[in-house]
Design a binder for this molecule. Sequence first.
Ligand code: ADP
Ligand code: ZN
Length: 284
Amino acid sequence: MLIGGIEAGGTKIVCAVGDRSGEVKAKKSISTRGPDETLQEVKAFFSDYKLEALGVGSFGPVNLDKSSDTYGTILNTPKTAWKHFDLLGRLQEDLQVPVYIDTDVNAACLAEYRHGAGRDVNSCLYITVGTGIGAGLVQNGCTFQGKSHPEMGHIIVPKHPDDSFAGICPYHGNCLEGMASGPAIEKRHGRKGHLLGDEKRVWEIEAHYLAHAIASYTLILSPERIILGGGVMKQKMLFPLIRQKVSGLMNDYVVMGDMNEFITAPQLDDEQGVKGAIALAVEV
Ligand code: ADP
Ligand code: ZN
């Protein structure tokens, strides 16, 4: 029997089928339009397979409060066609299998924990630095959800002394996402991140914001490992810069161990989203 996985994002929805070991057997990327049009295509993809269960790693905010009448619905998203849409209910009805839903970043974290860069630890944090910034946490095999779910990308971070950029978060201006997401880099420097590889100042500022956030996450959550993914982290020189700054910020107060092991790259080649969605539906 097969397990279905959906990585539901604002620009694309990736559908996959895999087995209990996490191996992906088939995959299709569908562009995200209105819910009806998009989910018809999702249903058509899965109709070729006999599924046992389905996992969904969803863009958010999504209601993960199991006691709520609107569990599994999309909340206050700027994608207005999806606002208050009952994603869990619709997928259950369309596919007639049990559906398990979590945030996209929790799913990605679970995939790295089970099959990738976190498989030798009991707790890990996965941070994506891309169009937005978000983080998921897994401890002892369980993702952390809380009342709604954490929104770690929106914490406030101290300004870099040489940075006059105001930030682009529509809700908070200069929160972490407002200062350090891919679009923030592009707006601050006038060019996309992948064209700025040689500009040291760009990555010094970027590492400053990410290191401050990571220091806070470490003090609050104490994960055994922090995995940094997303498009912006393709700039590999960020890793040593961030490790050095996090060490400096912790200032020997907390024993950090080997920083190369503590802060690492993902290992699932951009498949952590769908592998994580599948993992949500697999009991271990
Ligand atoms: P999403 O977050 O939409 O799922 P990505 O994780 O690929 O997608 O993030 C896209 C963002 O990452 C864009 O703002 C893009 O400019 C930036 N980005 C992608 N590749 C690179 C790169 N090699 N270097 C720096 N920034 C990059
Ligand atoms: Zn914000």
